[in-house]
Design a protein around this ligand. Structure first.
Ligand code: 9MR
Length: 374
């Protein structure tokens, strides 16, 4: 009798412990995401494509970690209005509806950019260049239509993107005069820098509550930083409604940017605006950097040493950003996993790998409080 009850007891204890471990169920995952560990600092966002907001596993990653979303390509001018009056809302609406359903605010990207733009805005039906007044009317219609459609969910817009030139801005052997600080885009050639002011004014008319950003890459580079600063200052002095500066942040694990330049840029921009967003963060493992579309997809071998360098660079960068939390209000990763990256998966620039498996660098960024105590 005694022997039987011992056996029964052992079986019951075994069953109880299996039950406690959640037998038959997947292990309980830690629900803490970036949005939680950074809640006292800034919102953390991600740029998405349509797959990211349709695939249940990726949706779970997004909901757990992010409290801001940017459409990577689907709200660009050419995506929304490739020909005059021909509106293509499908993908942008899906992303906006995903945000609405999940209560995640949307960063609008972008209303006026030299790339992925709508060249029809510059010409009439015979192919002749239109006056700047006609261009402004078309741009205004575009901006008003888009901003109005999404104003319930979009909290800020990258109104003008990448209007300043790269480089050190000095004269060369071939060009004695220092080059114009402005990119020689079609917009600039037709309108001068007035197009920048107009784009901001149109966006502000359409939604006076949205925060309006000028957004650029290499914005920590001292020469380009000064150009951006001068342009934004000129606009603000003239009463143009610019509320924020977006530093894109297509960086590398080596030396771009130098952290002292990154910090100096944050300090300088914060003389002008109360809002800095790091709008397009990725950290590639080769020596290139910036938002230019010419880049190599080769990457390098992902050794342990390289992984550690990337972890250190991300950790250093987030430490600086936390220090400037008064002005840095959002940090957005440019894509979810390496598979999605515009740089190709071989640059390994993000925090999930090409199969959406979490990398160690994810924890380095997320668990900064714990890591500090070690
Ligand atoms: O990530 C975007 C990529 O899928 C597009 O092909 C590319 C085309 O212009 O634009 C990429 O995103 C850019 C962003 O909109 C503005 N800053 C630079 C980004 C990388 O080129």
């Amino acid at each position: 009798m005694k022997k039987i009850s011992m056996i029964a007891l052992t079986l019951m204890m075994g069953a109880a412990s299996v039950f406690a471990q959640g037998w038959g169920r997947p292990p309980v995952e830690d629900p803490t995401g970036y949005k939680d560990t950074y809640k006292d600092y800034f919102t953390v966002g991600v740029a998405v494509n349509i797959n990211n907001v349709t695939n249940p596993d990726q949706i779970a990653l997004i909901k757990k970690n992010f409290n801001s979303i940017t459409a990577e390509n689907d709200m660009k001018v050419v995506s929304l209005q490739p020909r005059e009056g021909e509106w293509n809302w499908e993908n942008a609406d899906k992303i906006a509806n995903f945000c609405r359903e999940n209560g995640i605010p949307l960063r609008g990207h972008t209303l006026c950019w030299h790339s992925q733009f709508a060249d029809w805005m510059f010409v009439d039906d015979k192919g002749n260049e239109v006056s700047k007044e006609v261009f402004y009317e078309r741009l205004r219609t575009h901006i008003h239509t888009v901003v109005n459609r999404y104003k319930d969910i979009v909290y800020c817009w990258d109104v003008v993107n990448e209007a300043m030139i790269d480089g050190d801005g000095r004269p060369t052997r071939f060009q004695r005069e220092a080059p114009s600080p402005y990119r020689q885009s079609r917009h600039f050639q037709l309108c001068g820098d007035e197009f920048i002011a107009k784009a901001f004014e149109f966006a502000h008319e359409a939604d006076p509550n949205a925060l309006l950003f000028y957004n650029d890459y290499n914005a920590a580079d001292p020469a380009k930083r000064d150009r951006i600063y001068d342009m934004v200052k000129k606009m603000k002095d003239a009463g143009v409604p610019i509320h924020g500066i977006g530093m894109q942040g297509h960086y590398n694990i080596y030396d771009n940017p130098k952290w002292e330049n990154f910090e100096a840029a944050i300090q300088k921009y914060s003389e002008l605006v109360d809002n800095i967003h790091i709008t397009e963060l990725d950290m590639r493992i080769n020596h290139e950097a910036g938002g230019q579309l010419q880049f190599s997809r080769e990457g390098a071998a992902l050794t342990d040493e390289i992984k550690k360098m990337q972890e250190d660079r991300y950790a250093e960068m987030f430490e600086i950003m936390r220090k400037y939390k008064k002005v840095i209000k959002n940090v957005t990763f440019w894509n979810l996993g390496d598979r999605d990256s515009w740089l190709g998966a071989r640059n390994y620039p993000l925090l999930w790998d090409e199969n959406y498996e979490v990398k160690n660098v994810y924890y380095v960024v997320r668990d900064f409080k714990k890591n500090k105590k070690k």
